[in-house]
Design a protein around this ligand. Structure first.
Ligand code: PLP
Length: 456
């Protein structure tokens, strides 16, 4: 509970920090949790309380909060060469090596990488690349971006416009030309009597209709998360990408996979597009790219898009875009280490992705068990990302009402039980660190179940 003395950490945080994405009534009642350090998947606060973080920070701290190899890779590079940009004919050796590695581990046989500081900036960069390409290829009207309702792509004006969440209304977003298709969530969006195959076919027809209405020549790309993350962990309906990909191809519209969450193992496959068996034209990456040990994002262009962009840039001899810290050498050294830790195995330890695969059956079984709860309408997920959607009435899927969402109440109660998990809409989301052990997973589900039983 919050310490209300004037000099408490909670009061000091309130006084001088502007909270983003935070339910303020909960903070007013409970105080913000001020953290000091972490051990494996646990974090500790200024009062000495210990929390198991079922969120992995924000989907990203997959190697835990005290991974020695990650910290040492950062320190070694800080000692060697602490910072630089990747422009004006200069680039660090780490940046060169990371781009090679990224193309090597990507699903692309070849391609090119552009670095940013975040996933939002990577989406922004992608859109600028597409707009630039439209102009260079004599199609300046090719600017519209197709995404889906509930899709999350970031917070900059462009990436928030791509995001299909109603809360961006308060900013007067989306900007014109950002079109949100139906969320391919069969459980919530399927019509009475409609089979999953019929639902998926309807998603395809909707895409065809939108392309016909807008004109294929005005559409720059379709951008989709393989599994929606911040929309509430929503895997696509069966056959979704096999339905939309050929339609996009027929109309010459690039398919971009926003793999900020799903990239580097979260679903149990290296990439989410591999988990769902489709080949994108470009990939947006961040989060696991550095296992959360450095802020970094990347646009990874496949062969066709990188060839086209390179040809267009060659014409004007410069691509006028980039951030001060694009390709930061410490970020690149950290990313190289993160990829090694997750995909290859490092310092004698097995690759973390092996643990994702080993833990997934247990994770799925526990989710299915909690789905039996009378107020859990759906348990869904892929690999080590999952969500439990609370409903007032299971048969009719009627959501709870009330100013504090039920998922917020569950998450607050979890915090009281020493578990951090994330409320998203009416769902509670779990995305444990890849280093989690079986006993820690038991602890996670026991605490969540105790919280569910207290709330209902
Ligand atoms: N894209 C996806 C799929 C995300 O989940 C996120 C963040 O959660 C972003 C983009 C934005 O990344 P960032 O918060 O690093 O700007």
């Amino acid at each position: 509970m919050r310490d209300d003395s004037p000099n408490s950490w909670e009061a000091r945080a309130d006084a001088h920090s502007f909270y983003g994405f935070t339910d303020l009534p909960s903070i007013a009642e409970r105080g913000t949790v001020v953290l000091t350090h972490g051990e494996g998947p646990y974090v500790f606060d200024v009062h000495g309380r210990k929390f198991l973080d079922a969120n992995s920070g924000l989907w990203n701290m997959v190697a835990g909060f005290d991974h020695k190899g990650m910290a040492e890779a950062a320190k070694a590079q800080y000692d060697r060469f602490p910072g630089y940009h990747a422009f004006f004919g200069r680039m660090s050796d780490q940046t060169v090596m990371l781009s090679e590695k990224l193309i090597d581990v990507s699903p692309f046989e070849r391609g090119k990488v552009f670095y940013t500081n975040s996933g939002s900036e990577a989406n922004d960069t992608l859109v600028k690349m597409l707009w630039f390409l439209g102009g260079a290829e004599g199609k300046p009207e090719r600017r519209k971006i197709l995404t889906r309702k509930n899709g999350y792509h970031g917070v900059t004006a462009v990436s928030a416009s791509m995001t299909g969440k109603p809360y961006n209304d308060v900013f007067g977003l989306p900007l014109p030309g950002f079109i949100h298709l139906t969320c391919p969530h069969y459980w919530r969006e399927g019509r009475d009597g409609e089979s999953e195959a019929e639902f998926t076919a309807r998603m395809g027809s909707e895409l065809e209709e939108v392309i016909a209405r807008e004109g294929a020549d005005t559409i720059a790309a379709f951008v989709a998360e393989p599994v929606m993350g911040a929309g509430g962990v929503i895997p696509p309906s069966e056959g979704y990408f096999q339905t939309v990909a050929p339609i996009l191809k027929k109309h010459g519209i690039p398919l971009v996979a926003d793999e900020v969450i799903t990239g580097f193992g979260r679903t149990g496959s290296d990439w989410g597009c591999q988990a769902y068996d489709f080949m994108p034209d470009a990939i947006i990456s961040s989060k696991n790219l550095t296992a959360g040990y450095f802020p970094m994002g990347a646009v990874i262009l496949g062969p066709e898009m990188s060839d086209r962009l390179q040809a267009a840039v060659d014409e004007i001899e410069e691509f006028p875009h980039g951030f001060t810290a694009s390709g930061h050498p410490v970020g690149c050294a950290v990313a190289l280490k993160a990829i090694e830790v997750i995909m290859d195995g490092s310092d004698g330890a097995a690759p973390l992705i092996d643990n994702v695969r080993a833990l997934t059956p247990k994770f799925e079984a526990e989710m299915a068990r909690l789905a039996q709860h009378p107020h859990i309408g759906e348990a869904r997920g892929k690999g080590l990302m999952g969500a439990l959607e609370a409903v007032k009435d299971k048969a009719t899927k009627t959501p709870f009402d009330g100013s504090l969402s039920v998922s917020e109440r569950i998450a607050n109660t979890c915090t009281d039980h020493g578990l951090i998990c994330r409320p998203l809409g009416q769902a509670v989301v779990l995305c444990p660190a890849f280093i989690m052990t079986e006993p820690q997973m038991d602890e996670m589900f026991q605490k969540l179940e105790a919280a569910l039983n207290r709330v209902f």
